[in-house]
Design a protein around this ligand. Sequence first.
Ligand code: HEM
Length: 251
Amino acid sequence: MSHSPMSHSPMSHSPMSHSPMTSQRQADRLSSQRSWPVPAALVALSAIPLMAGTLRLVQLAGGPQLMPADERFAGFPLPLILHITGATAYAVVGAFQFVPRFRRHHLTWHRRAGRILTVAGLLVAASALWMTLLYAQQPGTGDLLYVLRLVFGSAMAACLILGFTAIRRRDVAAHRAWMIRAYATGVAAGTQAFTGAIGGALPGTGELRGDLAKGAAWIINLAVAEWVIRRPTRAKGQRRIRAAAPAGAPS
Ligand code: HEM
């Protein structure tokens, strides 16, 4: 590795005179410090359904009854088991796919994990549709949530397929956008824990109010997803500056 003469001069310790290498390292360190809260927040968002899912699996495996039993699942729990296991992998491992620095430095991991996560995500969406159609309606929920689950379960599967086909044709921007939308749709299960809790303030009564509160979680998550997709990033900014620079100008 070659060092620039400047990096050994006393001036190199001045805040005004960092070598490009030092600045790059500092920028990398800063960006990694800034990016870890993202997966941490995403996993925390899904914590409530993930905990509920673990307790449900323990119960179905014959362990202690740590949550109220649900007779609807007891007879044929397969779609629920697939849903919870797929959702656990998708929500937890999937959160790390969105860390730019991790992606840059571990591209092979990102690719391999991405293929597995696409299957896990499709499993979450397919089992969600399967359970909606198979099980008797969840007590306290109405027709609106039934329709929303069919719509967003199908939308999640469509986003995953579009994200996967986009990267097969090397369209990184479209891949990123569809995968963000798919993840946002999936982890609305976590946002529902919060919107459900404040749902008492929404119009309507009983089932409709609960359904609207759960539906709001998908709208909130997708609005945040669209903001993230459109937000200018450092890489996009640098590309724009390079494109605007006159030919031959140092970049
Ligand atoms: C990664 C995100 C997700 C997590 C962590 C998750 C978690 C769970 C858990 C733990 C259960 C079991 C609840 C219980 O035992 O009572 C469940 C059930 C269910 N989930 Fe998800 N889920 C996710 C995404 C989705 C999505 C995107 C949909 C629909 C579009 C969906 C639809 C359903 C349905 C229909 C049930 C059965 C509800 C019932 O009839 O009681 N889930 N989910």
